[in-house]
Every structure is written in C-alpha cells, then in structure tokens.
Design a protein around this ligand. Structure first.
Ligand SMILES: NC(=O)C1=CN([C@@H]2O[C@H](COP(=O)(O)OP(=O)(O)OC[C@H]3O[C@@H](n4cnc5c(N)ncnc54)[C@H](OP(=O)(O)O)[C@@H]3O)[C@@H](O)[C@H]2O)C=CC1
Ligand SMILES: CC(=O)N[C@@H](CCC(=O)OP(=O)(O)O)C(=O)O
Length: 318
C-alpha cells in the first residue's frame, strides 16, 4: 500500500513547494486538508495520525503543538522548522553530514529538516573539521546572501507589493548576531563557537549563498585551496546532491568575475566553491533556499526514510 503523506502548513511557502514535489508522485497517497480547515486543530490531528509521514511546514510554536498531537507511534514526522534541530532525540535531516547520518535518518520517526543558511554553512565546515584542517575552536564569520522567499509569505508579500524602493537594495538583518540557525550550525559542524553570522536579503525570490572568509593562518599549517577542495571531494564522494567545484575552474564558475547566487535554483543541489590564494580564501556554498534549503531536502529525507531512491521526484525542474 502506498504510504500516506500529509503536509501541515500546505499553503505556506515551504508547504506549497513541497506539495509541488509530492502532487506528481504516484508512489504515495497525499492527504489534503480542506483549505478552510487548515488551522483547525482537530482536523490537523486527524490527518497527522492518519499519515505514515507528516511534514510540518509551520512556525516553531505551531510545529511543537503539532508534535504534541501525535498519537500514532508509526507516524514519521519531518519538521521544517527550527524547533528540533538540536534535539538529540531527532535525526538531523542532512544525510551528507557525516557517515552514519543517512542511516540515522532512515531509522528515525523524528527528522528535523535543516535550516537553509545552516545547510550551506555546515556543508562547508564539517568536512574541514573532520579532516583536521579547521580547528574545532575556530572563531569564524559568515555572511549569507538570500532571496526573500526565505522570509515566508509575509516577506514575499512585502517584496512583491513593490511600493517601497528601499527594498531594491540588499538588506542585512539579524544584526543582534543571534540568528536562530546558530545552534544547529555549531553543533552539526562540530565547532565550539557559533560564527559571527550576518545574513543579507536581496530583491530576488530564491537562491542563497553562504560565504566564509578565512585567512590561511586559521587553517592547519600549509593548507591550500586545493587541499580544501580535495577534503570536500573525499567527504562528498558519491553524493548526488553536492557538487564540489574545482579550484582550477573557479574563473569559469563566474560571470565576468561575478558570482551567480541563483545558480542552483529549481534544483536540490548544493554547489561548493573555494576561491582565493595561499593567504586569503573564501568558502562558498550555493543552494535554492526552497530546494535543498527546505522542501527538496525534506523530500530527500522522506525517500531515505521510505528506503527508496533518495532522488525520486527531485529531478523535476520547478
Ligand atoms: N521559506 C523558506 O525558504 C524556508 C522556511 N523554513 C521553515 O519552514 C516553516 C514554514 O515557513 P514558510 O513556509 O516560509 O512560512 P509561511 O509563513 O510562508 O507559511 C507558514 C504556514 O504555516 C501555517 N500556520 C501558521 N501558524 C499555524 C498554526 N498555528 N496552525 C496551523 N497552521 C499554521 C500558515 O497558515 P496560513 O496559510 O493560514 O497562514 C502557513 O501555511 C518555518 O518553520 C520556516 O522557518 C525552512 C527552510 C526554508
Ligand atoms: C530571508 C529570511 O528571512 N530567511 C530566513 C530563513 C529561514 C530558513 O531557512 O529557515 P528556518 O526558518 O527553517 O530556520 C531567516 O534568515 O530567518
């Protein structure tokens, strides 16, 4: 029998993108809530408990409430919010994190989908920490340039109303330096300190790039850009959704010297780049915040949990 799948929050930004991925699948049975009843707790509880897999595409508090509604011990929850990403009883939904992570996801009824900025940051740093190139006590900084869909329905409406020319320029935010992704970044990258992280939202729908600037002195003595590329290649060997760009090809990845933050849009892919020289480097990871940064990653986790090809349904352009 086809597994029953329900999306709580199916008319939100991440939920809509997830429904796009799921609606065309003939190997699952998609449970839909009546639009007018989408905030009706008893109807949501009924559907959650009738499902084999429930995706939560809700704000953190609503996710916690939804988890409290669970009575069916066989239901698997894949939560897109920040609520459970550092909870040890939940599997962190980043199969490429380290060896054993895919198996942890496959075995768990509780999967916490990673944050979009966090996915990019962790995929850049964890392999270097594991390889001993980046010390665990490193004091890092990072920026993220992101499209406005990352801010959900409200921010999309704000940008698309287009009555405010101040929104034409990129805007830094989270300037209290307490962005909600910091705990998952340091925990899953195995770093002792959270980075100084400044995201910047721009006037484009989707696409995200995290950059981590480094002086060579922050790395193990003698580490070159090529050593970093090789560490990524070793760590991500066989991963279909992580593409490591070769240092020698850096120029060909740029458009007349400029980086394209939207270059992974409509895919579930993450591209990793290492730019710079023997003194100064910048590590960059690019993804679609609604693809590998949210809904694509959630579908990948569902496929892993179901024990089927993890790329199923993810090859569709959207
Ligand atoms: N946008 C992105 O790029 C990413 C988002 N996420 C995470 O995914 C989750 C959803 O974000 P996003 O889709 O952007 O947000 P949106 O604001 O676009 O959508 C939120 C959805 O949640 C529903 N909702 C809110 N409160 C409740 C409630 N109490 N009960 C039932 N439904 C409720 C809303 O319903 P209604 O339609 O009635 O408003 C809406 O459908 C968040 O936790 C976010 O952090 C994660 C990664 C990336
Ligand atoms: C532009 C914008 O506001 N982006 C959001 C990204 C949200 C996201 O990826 O993830 P979670 O909300 O699931 O953690 C932010 O930085 O908070």
């Amino acid at each position: 029998m086809a597994p029953k799948v329900y999306v709580d929050g199916q008319s939100g930004t991440a939920g809509l993108r997830l429904m796009d991925y799921l609606a065309v699948r003939d190997d699952i049975e998609l449970l839909r809530i009546d639009e007018e009843r989408r905030r009706d707790a008893s109807e949501r509880a009924r559907l959650i408990n009738a499902s084999d897999i429930t995706f939560l595409c809700l704000p953190d508090d609503a996710s916690r409430e939804a988890v409290a509604m669970l009575e069916n011990p066989d239901t698997t929850v894949i939560d897109a919010s920040t609520a459970f990403r550092t909870d040890p009883s939940w599997a962190y939904g980043l199969p490429e994190l380290a060896s054993g992570q895919r198996e942890a996801i496959r075995a768990s009824h509780r999967i916490a989908n990673p944050g979009c900025h966090a996915t990019a940051f962790i995929l850049l740093t964890r392999p270097l920490v594991d390889a001993g190139l980046l010390p665990e006590d490193s004091l890092l900084s990072a920026t993220s340039l992101t499209g406005y869909s990352g801010g959900g329905k409200q921010m999309i409406a704000q940008y698309e109303a287009a009555d405010n020319s101040r929104l034409d320029s990129p805007r830094s935010y989270a300037l209290g330096l307490e962005h909600k992704h910091l705990p998952e970044m340091s925990l899953h990258a195995r770093l002792g300190h959270a980075p100084v992280f400044v995201p910047v939202v721009g006037s484009f729908l989707k696409g995200l790039t995290v950059s981590i600037p480094l002086h060579a002195a922050q790395l193990k003595d003698g580490t070159t850009t090529l050593d970093i590329v090789n560490a990524y290649k070793a760590h991500y060997d066989g991963e279909q959704f992580v593409r490591v760009m070769n240092a020698d090809d850096d120029a060909s990845n740029l458009d007349q010297g400029f980086f394209d933050v939207q270059g992974c849009n409509d895919t579930n892919r993450v591209d990793l780049f290492v730019f710079g020289n023997s003194q100064r480097m910048t590590l960059m990871a690019r993804l679609d915040n609604l693809g590998k940064g949210a809904a694509g990653a959630a579908v990948q986790c569902m496929n892993i949990r179901l024990g089927i090809d993890e790329s199923r349904g993810l090859d569709i352009e959207r």
